[in-house]
Ligand binder design. Structure first.
Ligand SMILES: Nc1ncnc2c1ncn2[C@@H]1O[C@H](COP(=O)(O)OP(=O)(O)OP(=O)(O)O)[C@@H](O)[C@H]1O
Ligand SMILES: [Mg+2]
Length: 281
């Protein structure tokens, strides 16, 4: 694996108001390679957002170490942190909290402008990022005219305009309707495939996680499993223990397999189960 981000035995505790530490991450050891298409899944409070914020030094480990392209996030060196943030972009759940300008293209230009990039290069990056997310035709629109899904695509374009190696998205589809969710997922797949950008997609929905090449399951601040979606999603017990909802089709597929019906592995959706059943003699 061509390493991009490395978590080495990371522990993290928040200081609560009472001064008592709240342990949110325990013993996280994780390696993310260049160009990966990865989902992190876990129930409420399992530590997903805390983990996400460690990818670019928004939070730093209480003990252990996070390395981005070999650079530690913990040195406190501003130049190094800037280099890390150029490499790893971050997109959050609520687009309204992360969009800073009133016009689409101005917002996408904001990050590169702060890096002091020359205007012609900024123009190129902004146009490219908006085109890559199918948002070019909205470039002069006020952001307040856009749907929530379109706003989220603008936020992703903003991350893309920084030319990152990796984009971490913390439940970016949680506030979107199913159609916008699909659009965001497809756009991310395209960025991964066409531009080789590693995608780390955080969700609590299995139906979303199944679209990724690798899935990491978190439970109570720890990584419980890390593997291929088709392997993980057939482990019903483990997923139930981690507090994740198992889609009916996935559960049925596992039970059918247990009873000797050779349905395909990794089934999550009803239509996949129907297809697989129709192929049985
Ligand atoms: N600022 C904070 N101060 C104290 N404790 C916190 C803080 N933020 C999170 N926590 C605690 O850390 C643990 C992990 O929280 P985190 O937000 O990382 O989980 P999550 O998986 O992102 O949850 P969600 O699905 O609700 O977004 C939880 O127990 C939470 O209560
Ligand atoms: Mg969260």
């Amino acid at each position: 694996m061509n390493l991009l981000v490395e978590f080495n035995n990371v522990f993290f505790s928040y200081q609560s108001a009472s001064g008592k530490p709240v342990e949110a991450l325990r013993e996280i050891t994780l390696q993310i390679g260049k160009g990966e298409f990865l989902s992190i899944i876990g129930r409420n409070g399992s530590g997903k957002s805390t983990l996400a914020r460690h990818f670019n030094g928004l939070l730093t480990p209480t003990s252990g170490e996070v390395l981005v392209a070999g650079l530690s996030t913990s040195t406190g060196d501003r130049k190094q942190l800037l280099e890390i943030r150029k490499r790893v972009g971050m997109v959050f759940q609520n687009p309204d909290n992360q969009l800073v300008s009133s016009i689409v293209e101005e917002d996408v230009a904001f990050g590169p402008e702060n890096l002091g990039i020359p205007p012609p290069e900024i123009r190129k990056r902004v146009n490219h990022a908006l085109a890559a997310l199918n948002m070019f035709k909205y470039r002069r629109e006020p952001i307040c005219h856009l749907s929530e899904g379109q706003k989220q695509l603008v936020a992703i374009a903003g991350a893309l305009a920084m030319k990152p190696d990796c984009i971490v998205l913390d439940e970016p589809t949680a506030q979107l309707d199913p159609c916008s969710r699909k659009q965001v997922l497809e756009s991310l797949k395209k960025l991964n495939r066409d531009e080789g950008i590693a995608i780390v997609f955080i969700t609590h929905l299995m139906s979303e996680a199944v679209n990724f090449d690798r899935v990491v399951v978190m439970e109570q601040g720890e990584v419980k499993v890390d593997g291929l979606p088709e392997d993980i999603f057939s482990r019903v017990e483990l997923l139930e223990k981690a507090g994740l909802d198992i889609p009916v089709a996935a559960r049925l597929a596992v039970e059918l397999r247990q009873r000797g019906f050779p349905v395909a592995p990794g089934i999550l959706r009803v239509e996949e189960l129907v297809n697989s059943l129709c192929q049985l003699k």
